[in-house]
Design a protein. Structure first.
Length: 195
């Protein structure tokens, strides 16, 4: 059973290959990109939409992994949530999304408030569909600090730390991140499904 990641994102591919090795192929190595409309109301739903679409194209000799993730700020009613990648509008880049979140905090005159990252990993194959979740809790702040990571990392301070993900070493992030936690749960499931 061949293992495929339903993402062309290099950062995600690197994280998943660290867990599953070089036997994990990126979907872009196997087929032309397809547009999957992520219109579910949850991270799990969107991850399943992506995994199903790729599995339906590739066929039953593949086990497809897809993830959907983002950051939620309770003060903002859970925003950006499932809209994390397009918080500042369709086609917005990481910097625009980050700026919008900082602006929303400043509007409320808040320098620091609780937030959490969610990662949902969907696994779709001939034996069924499965989803696991990982979370990372902490706070967001109203100024970007650090050049590491991507997305909202420069304003997120994980619980138990005093620096943002943008300032922390990659080795720490790979231990505590929402995606790392979800991958840890997905690994035994994937091993079982590949037998």
């Amino acid at each position: 059973m061949k293992l495929v990641l339903a993402s062309g994102n290099r950062g995600k591919l690197r994280e998943f290959r660290e867990a599953f090795g070089s036997q994990l192929a990126s979907v872009s190595e196997l087929m032309d990109p397809i547009e999957v409309e992520e219109n579910a109301e949850s991270f799990a739903g969107n991850a399943l939409l992506k995994a199903r679409a790729i599995y339906n194209r590739l066929g039953s000799e593949y086990l497809v992994i897809a993830d959907d993730s983002g950051i939620s700020v309770p003060l903002l009613g859970g925003a950006p949530g499932i809209y994390s990648a397009r918080y500042a509008g369709e086609g917005a880049d990481d910097k625009a999304n980050l700026r919008k979140l900082i602006d929303e905090l400043k509007k409320r005159e808040v320098e620091r408030t609780p937030a959490y990252y969610t990662a949902a990993i969907a696994i779709v194959g001939e034996k069924g569909e499965y989803v696991v979740h990982g979370w990372m809790h902490g706070d967001v702040i109203d100024e970007a600090r650090g050049e590491k990571g991507f997305g909202y990392d420069p304003i997120f301070i994980p619980e138990g730390y005093d620096r943002t993900l943008g300032e922390l070493d990659e080795s720490i992030k790979s231990e505590i991140s929402h995606r790392a936690k979800a991958i840890k749960l997905a690994r035994p499931l994937i091993e079982m499904l590949r037998k």
